[in-house]
Design a protein around this ligand. Structure first.
Ligand SMILES: [Zn+2]
Length: 255
């Protein structure tokens, strides 16, 4: 087994037997992996294995079919401001739960990796509560997109009619994967009525460079709708456990 290196986020770590840790990483080179760090508890090594989220350079002996073995881990960014602010920390933990529950192991996705890094950095720097909320919702949209779930918003997902400002009675269907025109939504089953401004905002966010997000001003009503619609779409494609939902609910109640 050869020693290999990769950059990684610590998704979760917990004690394993007497002195070891079981750690779930999201890595640049291998996607999500499970690993063991042996003999790290009770030594004088810095406790960086415990913290999540954090960003590390990882050296490990990798086994695809079993637990990989951590050789060493150097902290690249501990995201201190995420750990100092309860709201930011809750949002970060929610993102980590999403990864833990919805991403398959050993599937490399570098777009997702860089999206995570940008999201955590932006959450760190965000000062206004509104912006923190916007980062989470934009992350979820982009997360759905990099996993191939859409939402597809430029054209009606059924008949391909271009979605434009003057089209009446648009609906968002998670099952169909995006927006439906009035004609096509008749047989669509469960879907949500959606106004053009929200379709346009979602479309804009899907392609927006994350670094530009702090400049975006979204009216309160539209932001609340955005959160609701993105949650609806995400829940359909990436259902998460009760624990994660409770976490999200407590975040929203405290928002
Ligand atoms: Zn249509």
């Amino acid at each position: 087994m050869a020693l290999t290196r990769t950059n990684a986020f610590i998704i979760q770590s917990k004690r394993f037997r007497e002195t070891s840790l079981f750690i779930i990483y999201y890595t640049l080179n291998f996607g999500k992996i499970n690993a063991i760090a042996k003999g790290v508890i009770g030594t004088k090594k810095p406790p960086l294995f415990h913290l999540f989220p954090s960003y590390v350079e990882l050296f490990l002996y990798r086994k695809e079919s079993a637990l990989s073995l951590v050789s060493s881990s150097d902290l690249l960014d501990p995201f201190p401001k995420l750990h100092q602010d309860l709201k930011k920390l809750s949002y970060s933990l929610y993102i980590l739960e999403l990864l833990k529950e919805t991403i398959k192991e050993n599937e490399k996705n570098s777009s997702l990796f860089w999206l995570l890094l940008k999201t955590f950095k932006l959450l760190e720097e965000a000062e206004e509560p509104n912006l923190i909320e916007l980062v989470l919702v934009a992350f979820q949209l982009k997360f759905l997109k990099v996993l191939g779930y859409g939402p597809f918003l430029n054209n009606c997902v059924s008949c391909q009619e271009k979605i434009e400002k003057n089209l009446p009675s648009l609906r968002l269907s998670a099952k169909a994967g995006g927006v439906l025109c009035r004609r096509c939504s008749r047989d669509a089953g469960e879907s949500l009525s959606i106004g053009y401004p929200l379709v346009a905002l979602m479309n804009y966010l899907l392609d927006l460079k994350f670094s530009l997000l702090p400049r975006l001003k979204v009216p309160v009503n539209l932001r609340k709708e955005l959160i609701k619609y993105v949650n609806y779409f995400r829940t359909y494609h990436l259902p998460v456990s009760q624990k994660s939902l409770e976490l999200l609910k407590s975040i929203e109640e405290n928002a």
